[in-house]
Design a protein around this ligand. Structure first.
Ligand code: CA2
Length: 148
């Protein structure tokens, strides 16, 4: 089987496409999942795509990825700006991580400018809408050795 990349999504991202389209666009989380599925096929990866509104559940998924997954792509949503626990979890499992944001967080409120994950991530992609997930998967494939 091709290497597994876990694609994780944090709180409220299940609302995509139903509220605030001026900020987050019209695409739904199901659209992002489908996009990631197509990107995974193209890049020779297996993607496991998940979303939760419960921080502990996200932590459990990160812990369980150790030794099973080749990397993690994450849009931590609001937890980006608040969670030392998620940072500690990704550091503990020692898996390569790519951080994605749909919006350009640096053009938004100052409290969105700091991320607890960016300095432990391989890379950060923000401001490219849902295409950011594809870009992150392409980089993950390259790092894992599935793409030149
Ligand atoms: O730009 C991103 O992807 C964010 O991670 C989205 C988070 C926000 O807290 C980050 O600062 C940037 C918010 C996700 C909430 O998504 C919603 C979708 C539709 C309606 C309301 C919220």
């Amino acid at each position: 089987m091709s290497p597994i990349v876990l694609v994780l999504n944090g709180p409220n991202l299940n609302l995509l496409g139903t509220r605030e389209p001026a900020t987050y666009g019209h695409e739904t989380l199901a659209d992002i999942s489908a996009l990631c599925g197509r990107a995974a096929e193209e890049f020779g990866l297996t993607v496991e795509f998940r979303q939760t509104n419960h921080e502990g559940e996200l932590l459990d998924w990160i812990h369980a990825a150790r030794g099973r997954c080749a990397g993690i792509v994450i849009n931590p949503a609001a937890w980006t700006h608040t969670s030392v626990a998620i940072r500690d979890a990704v550091t503990a499992v020692a898996l390569p991580l790519w951080e994605v944001h749909i919006t350009n967080v640096h053009k938004r409120e100052p409290f969105r400018h700091h991320s607890y994950l960016s300095d432990v991530a391989q890379g950060v992609i923000c401001g490219y809408g849902i295409r950011g997930y594809c870009y992150a998967l392409m980089e993950a494939a390259r790092a894992i050795g599935m793409q030149s």
